[in-house]
Design a protein around this ligand. Structure first.
Ligand code: GLP
Length: 244
């Protein structure tokens, strides 16, 4: 728990850099990093760019897998997660283009796209570090209430509360938010990741955080599945903790 979000973001960026550097000091294998979008990780990416520019880290041997993407949004659409990632991180560091994996929101066969994504993660045999956020109702990636512990990368229907929460990126107009997305599953995250760091900031995450800390494996609040993993760090600011 950090007093402010800014302190937390700096801490997380430093941990990411340390994990990449420690791993690369011991092997020539790529460091596999799972990445989220949203307002929570944005500041982490800004810090990572600064650390890269200061020569503290290189992404040349880092492979990334993003968690999710809206179905139907082309990569060049500024609301797509693809665009977000290039804008906030990839355009500013030395990661090779072929090391970047993001689900294709325009895939002709979305289910085949999801299966191929899952297979590609399996090919690496691990995700060294998965960075994630939570939605106000406790969704992880786009795993909405009702997602199972066994879920894998798939097409999902977004629930009204998610559409409402994300309307801020679509001119505050719910009708413009895509209703479907491609998302890694709960099993994709928990069963492949060696370490998971979840960012939880702000008052609107109080409910999700308290549910996550007080219950386990509740399919109605997918973030409670995190209790099923032995190496999870929840990084929060004070305002995410209920004062009552
Ligand atoms: C979206 C993303 C999630 C993310 C969540 C929280 O719904 N699909 O992966 O964790 O937003 O976003 P924020 O950090 O902006 O609150």
């Amino acid at each position: 728990i950090f007093t402010t979000k800014e302190q937390a973001l700096k801490f997380v960026a430093q941990v990411v850099v340390q994990r990449i550097n420690d791993f690369q000091a011991s092997t020539s294998k790529p460091f596999v990093l799972g990445l989220p979008t949203g307002s929570s990780p944005e500041g982490v990416y800004a810090e990572l760019v600064q650390l890269y520019k200061a020569g503290k880290v290189s992404f040349k041997n880092v492979v990334t897998f993003n968690m999710d993407e809206y179905l139907g949004l082309p990569p060049q659409d500024s609301r797509s997660y693809h665009y977000f990632m290039f804008d906030k991180l990839f355009n500013h560091v030395d990661i090779p283009r072929e090391n970047i994996n993001i689900l294709n929101g325009l895939a002709k066969d979305p289910e085949a796209e999801c299966a191929a994504y899952e297979a590609k993660i399996s090919k690496y045999g691990r995700i060294n570090l998965f960075l994630g956020g939570v939605g106000p109702e406790g969704h992880l990636a786009f795993n909405e209430a009702g997602s199972t512990r066994e879920s894998r990368t798939r097409v999902v229907d977004l629930v009204p509360s998610t559409i409402e929460a994300n309307a801020r990126f679509f001119d505050n107009d719910k009708s413009k938010v895509p209703t479907k997305a491609l998302s890694v599953g709960i099993s994709t995250i928990l069963d492949n990741s060696e370490e998971i760091i979840i960012l939880v900031f702000g008052k609107n995450k109080q409910k999700a955080l308290s549910w996550t800390l007080s219950s386990k494996n509740n399919s109605q609040v997918p973030s409670t599945y995190l209790a099923d993993h032995s190496n999870v760090l929840l990084v929060s600011d004070l305002s995410a903790h209920s004062q009552s």
